[in-house]
Design a binder for this molecule. Structure first.
Ligand code: NAP
Length: 279
């Protein structure tokens, strides 16, 4: 019997906990803003930004969405980040990544300007290096969400020893940090990417599959086995062919309503971790 995980229901519970943690912060700390910068008009990113805003408002967090046209230049973004770093009313800063294509070569340089103490989603190289070394007190929100969901699936960080995990996707914000964290907790992790062929050789023998590619229906029914835990990070469409896969495995996250809402709640939890130290 498969468990179809409800990220919406779970996120509600997480959000209640976040609201509780937030409510006991000193008034001055509660006023600090969480700034989320969106450049360009990617629809999925806009939806995410709105969802974060709604969740932050429910908790009481002062959320500042900054929407900029794709025509802005590198220097505009650098100045904005510097200004936000200096602004003592700002507690956390993040970008909706990826930035538009024209920023590809300079994206990391821009993101690296975020002050370490305000890097709420582990986007800077410095924070990411800590994550990779297992020295950060928190993970990027998506990785936090995946770990929280694995806990619900009975495969939390204390139950990962020798678990065969396949992570598909090796980006700095999802695949890489997740793989590092899973390895740190004793899992046997294989990271797959575009050149992994055939992917099914790896997926079929895994106990846990975490897919974060953005390729709809990459994971088909014939690529999975019974008893597996499937975490689909892909958005706005899932990486997993849900209808083909769901009755063959023991636990699966749907899209939408799986990892996404949990990521939003985890981002707010990260923000509270950051600003708490200012209290
Ligand atoms: N739900 C959430 O909370 C959340 C949060 C963040 C991201 N996302 C979603 O997660 C997905 C990945 O995001 P990202 O930022 O990590 O994307 P990304 O930077 O584009 O990375 C995609 C990764 O997937 C791999 N990949 C692409 N096609 C593949 C294929 N056919 N077979 C195997 N591997 C393949 C790529 O391999 P190469 O390295 O070889 O190119 C790359 O490592 C997107 O759909 C994004 O929208 C969801």
């Amino acid at each position: 019997m498969v468990t179809v995980f409800s990220g919406k229901d779970f996120a509600k519970k997480l959000e209640q906990k976040v609201a509780q943690d937030f409510s006991v912060l000193p008034l001055e700390v509660k006023k600090l803003a969480l700034v989320d910068i969106l450049v360009g008009n990617d629809r999925a990113a806009q939806i995410y930004l709105d969802l974060k805003g709604l969740a932050a408002r429910r908790v009481g967090i002062n959320f500042w969405p900054v929407r900029l046209p794709g025509t802005v230049g590198k220097n505009d973004l650098l100045s904005l980040v510097e200004e936000l770093n200096r602004n003592q009313g700002v507690g956390g800063i993040m970008f909706q990544l990826s930035l538009p294509k024209k920023f590809k070569a300079v994206q990391q340089g821009i993101v690296d300007k975020i002050a370490f103490g305000k890097d709420v989603d582990c986007l800077t190289s410095r924070r990411l290096a800590q994550v990779m070394l297992g020295k950060s007190s928190f993970l990027p929100a998506t990785a936090e969400a995946v770990m929280a969901i694995l806990e619900q699936a009975g495969a939390g960080k204390n139950r990962l020893l020798r678990k065969k995990v396949v992570v598909i996707g090796r980006s700095d914000i999802v695949g890489r940090p997740l793989a590092a964290f899973l390895k740190k907790h004793g899992a046997l992790v294989t990271v797959c990417h575009r050149q992994t062929k055939p992917l099914s050789d790896y997926t079929q023998s895994a106990e846990i599959i975490i897919s974060a590619t953005g390729q709809p229906n990459l994971i088909r029914g014939g690529m999975v086995s019974s008893g597996q835990i499937i975490i689909d990070v892909g958005s706005p469409e899932g990486d997993v062919d849900f209808l083909e896969v769901k009755d063959r495995v023991s636990f699966i996250t749907p899209v939408p309503g799986g990892v996404g809402p949990v990521t939003v709640a985890c981002l707010l939890a990260n923000f509270i971790r950051l600003v708490k130290r200012l209290g």
